[in-house]
Design a protein around this ligand. Sequence first.
Ligand SMILES: Cc1ncc(COP(=O)(O)O)c(C=O)c1O
Length: 454
Amino acid sequence: MHKDDPATLAAPALGTTPMPRQKMDAHWMPFTANRQFKQAPRLMSKADGMHYWTPEGRQILDGIAGLWCVNAGHNRSKIVSAIQAQAAEMDFAPPFNMGHPKAFELAERLVELTPEGVNKVFFTNSGSEAVETALKMAIAYHRVRGEGSRTRLIGRERGYHGVNFGGISVGGIVGNRKMFGTLLGGVDHMRHTHDLARNAYSRGVPAYGAELADDLERMVALHDASTIAAVIVEPVAGSTGVLLPPKGYLERLRALCDKHGILLIFDEVITGFGRLGSPFAATHFNVTPDLMTVAKGITNGSVPMGAVFAKQFIHDAFMTGPEHLIEFLHGYTYSSHPLACAAALGTLDTYAEDGLLTRAASMGPVFENALHSLKGLPHVIDVRNIGLVGGIELSPIAGLPGKRAFDVFLECWERGVLIRTTGDTIALSPPLIIETSHIDQIVSTIADVLKKQA
Ligand SMILES: Cc1ncc(COP(=O)(O)O)c(C=O)c1O
């Protein structure tokens, strides 16, 4: 549709795509301010490398890897051709009591990257499904080995674990929880670790707060360890505003889980596949959980896929009873979908060829210095970073939480840079192929926008 077409809405905002309003009515968009969007749509219709293009040809620098998923950059040839070839060869294979070779090949390839001992892969289609799967696995694990009283799940305030009922129950984002009734019973939450008073402008993990892991001891004192199945945390939280684990926190959590027989689940949906400069947060921090959830970067965002990685002993606990019976009554029609497996294999090849699973370690310091140059600009109250993750927290406008950051997001889009905001924090997670010139463009655009807002 040409922008001069009389059927379009009057005067769309600069750089947005004119669309007839009626064409946008049917799509109820997820996690979107639908009315705001449809008044001034932000559309993308092409992507390559570090960039998107709008339908009218405007180039947008991708500062968030799509949504923390396109780690190798867009439109990578190995991934594209793997998907094309698979679509032509076999569209679908039933995953229950049947298999296809690429599912097994992919699982073997994935466990080459996981920490020692984490060597079983259960496929899902998203991060949310991976979380539900891990929570069910944890509860069922205790039951199959004869400790069925361990059903309680411990999450953390401000945690984000997707949008399904288990995930929002262990999650700690009030807006995602308050609309949906009483959620799962038997869930409790540790305190979050965000502490601007002690940790503002930390470079890398903050110094203070490891003692907050001892909240797990309080949970044990309150509920008794014999009722607790698992604790789930994001090693680095993204959706809740880029929260880094205090130095020593994850180690302490691991020790407490060991002490009390509680399974430790790392939700690595955003930290998986190189985001911190190592294949996983578990390998970066050298803390091995019992279960890990992944999604997003597993296929470079190209085809929906998620997975749970489990330690051998968890899997083995289920392998009892008559051999013709299903051991774990759980799975999805599209678990290990052939297109997703092909895409993931192409993705792993691309990561390996380009050294992307460790590239954030070498680009991290460049990113860190650029981000911290924003200190002192109007409204900035914190800058935090790890690997190729950045958080810039802004002071909220009184009475309008989230509005300041959202306005920065809109203005950056107009200036050709895609950022993401959560609350009043700008969350950056660029493709791992990023170069210094891209970092400069992202950070200088944010700086210019903040100065203009002063
Ligand atoms: C830590 C974490 N867990 C789970 C999810 C949910 O993943 P999905 O949107 O693929 O269901 C996300 C998504 O951002 C996430 O960041």
